[in-house]
Write a protein of this length. Structure first.
Length: 340
């Protein structure tokens, strides 16, 4: 009898310890808040809402979720909020563009954080930046672009996003006439500016173009003219790479650095100091959600690509700017950091 009681007590203690370690008692009855740094209707917002709809069942205690958009300063407002003002409890997940970390590495004072200290959950899909122009510009090829009558106006959210950084680097590396118009509150706003004729084009993820912007692509009002990545996307083999139009070896290096920095464009993060067991729970839940058949089915319906990058690789990619040489940092800073 005593032995049976001892076994029962041991089982109870083990279950209780597991519950404490894995956080069942913490997440149960709580709400996880996704803070998206850009406006509703964009890619980051779409991925955040997809995750929010499915991640709860992969977290012990099955917490509720909500998504809110905190726009401003090209995502810097939300990044600073997650780093400096959010309690490190693990109930707030940040969603801001990875190139903001490059901005910090370059010394942008608006970046009030250290990218090496965030806890990273992962990335739903590698980013593949393309430049899409309105068909009525008449630009069909890179040669047409070089010969255009004026700089091509590209709508952008702002420094620290692919919409801004990639076309600026392309301009310097290739000499293509480009005028980047920063200040749009999100990708949806930038794409609307293209559709209204306010600007000529937009440089953003191919995944966004083929999913969220697929109506314009299908209707033939926009044309993908250039890829800003190191390798062609399988669906865009006939679209040239900016890399092949670089005017110098330095230009090729610039394009390489910017692609490495922007590939993990859509990372999800936690503020520094979240207990390690909760970080592990959420990292696992992130990957489990993006392998969940129900989430994948919904992503397919929304035309959202899913090819997740785990936490370890995400951290390695995102923090790579801190390893750049002083000379490269200085060059990038002259191109990408806003002049005051």
């Amino acid at each position: 009898m005593f032995q049976q009681m001892l076994i029962a007590l041991s089982v109870f203690l083990v279950i209780g310890l597991q519950s404490k370690v894995w956080g069942d008692d913490f997440f149960k009855g709580k709400t996880i808040d996704f803070v998206v740094a850009y406006s509703a209707g964009g890619s980051f917002d779409a991925y955040a809402r997809l995750l929010a709809r499915h991640i709860g069942k992969h977290i012990p205690g099955a917490p509720n979720t909500l998504v809110r958009n905190m726009t401003g300063a090209a995502g810097m407002l939300a990044a600073n909020e997650i780093y400096n003002r959010v309690e490190p409890h693990g109930l707030t997940i940040g969603a801001f563009a990875s190139p903001l970390i490059l901005q910090h590495a370059m010394g942008n004072r608006a970046a009030q954080f250290d990218g090496r200290k965030f806890e990273w959950l992962g990335v739903p899909v590698p980013n593949h930046t393309v430049c899409s122009l309105r068909v009525d510009t008449g630009i069909k090829t890179v040669e047409d672009w070089y010969g255009y009558k004026r700089p091509v106006k590209i709508a952008a959210i702002g420094p620290g996003t692919s919409t801004s950084d990639v076309p600026k680097i392309i301009h310097v590396a290739t000499g293509l006439p480009i005028d980047v118009i920063d200040g749009y509150r999100g990708g949806a706003n930038a794409r609307l500016a293209v559709e209204s004729g306010e600007v000529d084009g937009y440089c953003g993820g191919w995944g966004t173009v083929r999913s969220i912007w697929r109506s314009a692509l299908k209707q033939g009002t926009i044309r993908v003219v250039l890829q800003g990545t190191l390798k062609s996307h399988p669906e865009l083999k006939d679209v040239p790479l900016a890399l092949n139009h670089a005017k110098s070896e330095e230009g090729r290096r610039l394009l390489t650095v910017i692609d490495n920095s922007h590939r993990p464009q859509f990372p999800f993060s936690l503020s520094p100091g979240v207990p390690k067991n909760r970080v592990a729970i959420l990292q696992k839940a992130f990957m489990d959600t993006l392998q969940d058949p129900a989430a994948i089915a919904e992503a397919n319906k929304l035309k959202l690509e899913i090819e997740p990058i785990d936490a370890a690789e995400t951290k390695e990619l995102i923090t790579s700017p801190y390893e750049l040489t002083d000379a490269m940092i200085a060059k990038l800073k002259g191109i990408l950091v806003p002049k005051r």
